[in-house]
Design a binder for this molecule. Structure first.
Ligand code: NAI
Ligand code: OAA
Length: 356
């Protein structure tokens, strides 16, 4: 015969259904077990997303939870991290998810991480340039990078926050100041420019975008975004009219979305897709896969500028090789000069923000 449960036990059981334990913030023994499994069980990398409750952060967190290379996923934000964490943690994929809310939990969010992805910061509204975001986002990136220098100085950093042309130099200066700077581990994410270029070029050529590869070099704002249409794979030729149309559309892809969203922000879903594509490449590199090559805005000697976006090879130590630009046609050479002219000021602005 079944023993009759004591009334208090029954009440406790019913109440636990009505008020289930918070999924993350307190560490129950079940959660401790889950965390151990995450650490010791399924092999994988530890990844943190800073700004995980935002327009990019949420779909990015969802897609990273689906990535089989991730064993632990830390979601940090200054708002709504517990809600996003509870939601994502119910997905029946391998990664164990933990949430972190507010500056006092930044250290815990970062400790032990292999890869840190940063989409924290304000997005554009119509009429703004990416540089208009500098005032707010520069300080956010500085604080987060100080946390990285302290808690996971060997992590690979994927920096998404705009203006990327200035936030990457800011991050570099913060790491230099802390004595932790490794240029191979700091990558500005320009993958969305490549994703857009592949899409728009495929449209013009009548191909599947998955079969198209367009190198995009320079930086991540307006004329600094320089698609190298002469190096498209599969080898293709474009009329002058097509070249002008494609270059303009790729350079202004972000503005196209900002205007379509009409005040409700900038690209979030395509950015999350691009960020995961890039993060996955970084993780495959860390795992030791050969031949992982993507475009990124990095410390570089490809031009006379200290930072520049071009193809890089990713490996066990982050960026292991920076590729040159290859042969450019006349149109691209003119574009390169325009890109460098604007980039130099954006880089300087970031450096000065920390040094002064
Ligand atoms: N690199 C690229 O290709 C792209 C970059 N971006 C940039 O990404 C950034 C984020 O865009 P969205 O997600 O649309 O903005 P959003 O406003 O929807 O989300 C930003 C998130 O950052 C959080 N946040 C603010 N301050 C923080 C701090 N100190 N620490 C941690 N989290 C903090 C906010 O609470 C918010 O949840 C913007 O700067 C945007 O311009 C956007 C699209 C493409
Ligand atoms: O345009 C923006 O502000 C956001 C961004 O960087 C992009 O979509 O490429």
């Amino acid at each position: 015969m079944q023993p009759i449960p004591d009334v208090n036990q029954r009440i406790a059981r019913i109440s636990s259904h009505l008020h289930p334990p918070k999924p993350q913030m307190e560490e129950s023994s079940a959660l401790r077990r889950a965390n151990c499994r995450g650490k010791g069980g399924a092999p994988g990398f530890k990844v943190a997303i800073l700004g995980a409750a935002g327009g990019i952060g949420q779909p990015l967190a969802m897609l990273m939870k689906m990535n089989p290379l991730v064993s632990i996923l830390h979601l940090y934000d200054v708002v709504n991290a517990p809600g996003v964490t509870a939601d994502i943690s119910h997905m029946d994929t391998g990664a164990v998810v933990r949430g972190f809310l507010g500056q006092q939990q930044l250290e815990a969010a970062l400790t032990g991480m292999d890869l840190v992805i940063i989409p924290a910061g304000v997005p554009r509204k119509p009429g703004m340039t990416r540089d208009d975001l500098f005032k707010i986002n520069a300080g956010i990136v500085r604080t987060l990078c100080e946390g990285i220098a302290k808690s996971c100085p060997r992590a690979i950093v994927n920096l998404i926050s705009n203006p990327v042309n200035s936030t990457v130099p800011i991050a570099a200066e913060v790491f230099k100041k802390a004595g932790t700077y490794d240029p191979n581990r700091l990558l500005g994410v320009t993958m969305l420019d490549v994703v857009r270029a592949n899409t728009f070029v495929a449209e013009v050529l009548g191909l599947d975008p998955r079969d198209v590869d367009v190198p995009v070099v320079g930086g991540h704002a307006g004329v600094t975004i320089l698609p190298l249409l002469s190096q498209v794979k599969p080898p293709s030729s474009f009329t002058q009219e097509e070249t002008i149309y494609l270059t303009d559309r790729i350079q202004n892809g972000g503005t196209e979305v900002v205007e379509a969203k009409a005040g409700a922000g900038s690209a979030t879903l395509s950015m999350a897709y691009a960020a995961v594509k890039f993060a996955d490449a970084c993780l495959r590199g860390l795992r030791g896969d050969a031949g992982v090559v993507e475009c990124a805005f990095v410390a570089s000697q490809v031009t006379e500028l200290p930072f520049f976006a071009s193809k890089v090879r990713l490996g066990r130590n982050g960026m292991e090789e920076v590729y040159g630009l290859g042969a450019l046609n006349e149109y691209e050479r003119i574009g390169l000069e325009k890109a460098k002219k604007e980039l130099v000021g954006s880089i300087e602005k970031g450096v000065t923000f920390i040094r002064s």
